[in-house]
Structure formats: structure tokens, C-alpha cells
Design a protein around this ligand. Structure first.
Ligand code: ATP
Ligand code: MG
Length: 326
């Protein structure tokens, strides 16, 4: 497998509609194999590559099996969360998922996405810590004094951000701004679901030696036309199921969340990353010859760093799910 995106010519019958840093989205065309009862225009194929990012760069060296590990992990979580929210997955097997990407792609319902990144934090770190140190708040919400990098929060917090166009950074926004964007009923539902998903994920992972410090989820809607103003969606429509809030994208993976090893967890310093620590340690070591503050791209990873990192992804999957990866 390579770091190159899967091009449309690798997937006859599909058209590339979006390329992210690590994943691509395709629209099935008239020749694509579809599940019974589905029309191509209602579906998307979401493909996870083996690319990995570190320090805001996509590395030139892929991590074998990463796309498959994360795809399977996300599917496992969708099941664990099914009583909280319906999810977008329609098919996971060939021929509905083309052979060339089988295992690391899913066919999903094409949804009207909420224009918000729904982030929740169980521990204080990163951008949340920065705001707290400046003002004692996170996402405008006041927190107790004395918290440090890694501290567990009294309750998980909803700390939404904008969905920035490719290449730009998502900006934190307040809950009030979310309400202005999508209206009170959808904002409240998205906030509550996001916090419940993190609570559940944090609890399950903690029993298995992994701390999910924070996570980002994305929701899409069913029952809302493309042209309709989201602010007009009512509480009653959500309660009756006329409008359904569906969990989309990927969920509770190391790419959408911070995973920390529970062993050795100690607030007051930066926590090691469950999955990326080998990569970070090597990139910042003298051996790499790379300066993370320069604009030069990072060098290729040595084989042992690749193997160690692959093993951590597989370990995360196996610990969480109790299944063997292969
Ligand atoms: P980045 O690489 O920074 O994450 P990105 O968000 O543009 O950039 P991806 O995460 O790979 O790239 O893109 C996935 C895109 O697919 C997101 O824009 C997400 O909102 C969208 N998406 C996920 N699930 C669905 C769905 N069921 N229907 C429609 N769009 C979806
Ligand atoms: Mg994304």
C-alpha cells in the first residue's frame, strides 16, 4: 500500500469527491455495485488510507494496515454506541465496497452534515489547556482552579469548532455560536450526544488501559432537505424522529481522538500518545535530523519506527475490541 491517494482510476465506477489528509470520499456512479434498495446518489464510499500525520505534516511513509485498523475500530464503536445514536454505515463488504479498498472502506449514507465539528473533552490538554491558562475557562465555560495538563475534568465538556476548508485549521467556537449556526434544538441535541459518546467511549476504553482524553464526532441529518435552513428544525421534529441525527464520519479512533496509555498516566506534563509516540520521539530525536519548527517536510520513517507504530495501532484495536486483528 502506498501513501498516494486512491485515484478514481483505481476504483472504476466511482468518482473522487473529496480528499482529506488521510481519507478520501467517492461518489458511486451508475456502474458501482450497490446494496439492494439503494440509489447511487444517496451513498458515498469513505476510504481510509495508511497515511499518518505528525506535527501537522502528512508523513511520506505509510503505516501498513492503519486504514484497516481505524476502519474496523470505528465500526466496532458504532455498534457500542448504537443505543445513543444511529450511524451512517450501509455496507462494509465486497462487492458494495470495491475489492481494491476492501477492509479500509465503508459505504455510507450521504447525509446533510452539520457544519460544526463536535468536540468533547474528558481531560484538559492542547487548545483547551491554552484557553484555561489564559482565562480559567474552556469554550467559555469556567473551570475549577488548579487544573494542569492532562487533568481529568469534573464532567466532559462540549468544545465545538468550525469545520475549516481543507488546509485551514478548525477554530474553536462557543456553544452560543453553534446555536446561531444550526438553531437551539439541533445544537442541544448535538452537544448532548457528543458528551454522551465521549462519556461512553472514555468509560469503555479506561477499562482496557486506554484513556480517551478528547474526541471529535460529526453528525449528519436525515429528513432535512438540502436547501432547508437548519435553524428551522424544531424540538418536535427531533423528538418524533421526523428529523434523525445520525453519527457519521469516523468515531473514537486515534485519528479523531487523543488516546493515552492509562499506564503511567500523570497529570502535570504532556502525556505520551498511545499510537504516535514512536513517530514523535523519532522525529524529534537527533537521528531524524529534522527540525519540527522548520518548513521542511519530515524525513521518511525507519522500518523499526513503522513496525512499532503499526503494532500500537493493532494493540489499540485488540485491547478495545477484544478481537484479534489477524
Ligand atoms: P482532514 O484531513 O483535516 O480531516 P477533511 O475533514 O476535509 O480534512 P476527511 O476527514 O477525510 O477530510 O473528510 C471526510 C469528510 O466526509 C468530512 O468533510 C465529513 O464531514 C464528510 N462526511 C463524513 N461522513 C459523511 C456522510 N455520511 N455524508 C456526507 N459527508 C460525510
Ligand atoms: Mg476530517
Amino acid at each position: 500500500m502506498s501513501t498516494e491517494p486512491v485515484f478514481a482510476h483505481d476504483l472504476p465506477g466511482y468518482e473522487l469527491v473529496h480528499a482529506g489528509k488521510v481519507r478520501e470520499l467517492y461518489a458511486p456512479g451508475p456502474e458501482a455495485a450497490l446494496p439492494e434498495g439503494w440509489a447511487a446518489e444517496d451513498l458515498l464510499l469513505m476510504v481510509a488510507s495508511d497515511r499518518i500525520s505528525a506535527y501537522d505534516h502528512i508523513l511520506s511513509t505509510p503505516i501498513p494496515d492503519k486504514g484497516e485498523v481505524l476502519t474496523r475500530m470505528s465500526l466496532w464503536w458504532f455498534d457500542q454506541l448504537a443505543d445513543l445514536a444511529p450511524h451512517h454505515v450501509v455496507a462494509t463488504e465486497t462487492p458494495c465496497v470495491p475489492e481494491a479498498v476492501a477492509g479500509r472502506a465503508v459505504l455510507v449514507k450521504k447525509l446533510r452534515m452539520l457544519p460544526v465539528e463536535c468536540v468533547a473533552r474528558a481531560h484538559l490538554t492542547g487548545g483547551g489547556l491554552g484557553e484555561y491558562q489564559q482565562s480559567g475557562t474552556v469554550s467559555g465555560l469556567r473551570l475549577p482552579a488548579g487544573l494542569v495538563d492532562g487533568s481529568e475534568l469534573p464532567d466532559p465538556l462540549f468544545t465545538p469548532s468550525t469545520k475549516a476548508p481543507a488546509g485551514e485549521h478548525d477554530e474553536p467556537i462557543s456553544y452560543e455560536q453553534v446555536r446561531t449556526l444550526i438553531g437551539h434544538p439541533l445544537a442541544r441535541a448535538a452537544r448532548n450526544l457528543t458528551v454522551e459518546i465521549l462519556r461512553r467511549g472514555h468509560e469503555i476504553a479506561a477499562e482496557r488501559g486506554i484513556i480517551v482524553a478528547d474526541t471529535k464526532v460529526e453528525f449528519g441529518l436525515e429528513g432535512v432537505d438540502a436547501e432547508r435552513e437548519l435553524r428551522t428544525v424544531t424540538e418536535e421534529e427531533i423528538a418524533s424522529g421526523a428529523v434523525r441525527i445520525v453519527l457519521a464520519d469516523e468515531v473514537l479512533t486515534p485519528d479523531s481522538s487523543r488516546f493515552w496509555p492509562a499506564e503511567g498516566f500523570a497529570p502535570g506534563r504532556q502525556q505520551p500518545s498511545f499510537d504516535k509516540q514512536y513517530v514523535r520521539d523519532w522525529l524529534t530525536s537527533e537521528a531524524s535530523g529534522w527540525d519540527k519548527n522548520s518548513d521542511t517536510p519530515p524525513p521518511a520513517l525507519p522500518d523499526e519506527v513503522v513496525a512499532g507504530t503499526r503494532a500500537k495501532y493493532v494493540e489499540a484495536f485488540e485491547r478495545l475490541t477484544g478481537e484479534s486483528f489477524r
